[in-house]
Design a protein around this ligand. Sequence first.
Ligand code: HEC
Length: 131
Amino acid sequence: MKTDRIYLLSFLIFLFLSCSKQIFRTNGEAIYQTGKNLQGEKLLDKNASRIKIATNCKACHGKNGDRMNGISIRFRVLSNPNYYPIPYTDSLFFRFIDHDLKSNGQKANIGVIWKMSDPDKRDLLDYLKTL
Ligand code: HEC
């Protein structure tokens, strides 16, 4: 009887973990965490990218956008003049995604190139604003 319950419990935990991985509240969150939008389109341009194994933002920037030393991509940091002499605006963020240019106009040269529709970029930006 007891072992049955343990089996049932572990099954439920397994079910919960395997499902919770795939549930995203917003399109922006899905893009950030998986590199795919909710329609399942992969947004990393593999032909143009040098780095082909990191296919989403989370892989490098971490769950909250601040895993890298000294670089946080939470939008409140990107748009803060204390961190960026030329703070990111919405349109400078879109330019970064489209042309790999930082807010100061320098080439970012990170090795990952994206092809995102305007709504996908907007959703991703809205997500960075929640971090
Ligand atoms: C392969 C790892 C990698 C992936 C994947 C990645 N980044 Fe980055 N990102 C970096 C590195 C490294 C830097 C720092 C570059 C520098 O300072 O020159 C950076 C910097 C940035 C910056 C700030 C640039 C600046 O002006 O300092 C933004 C904004 C950014 N990333 C957004 C994103 C978003 C959004 C995604 C997902 C769509 C993403 N990154 C995916 C590695 C990555």
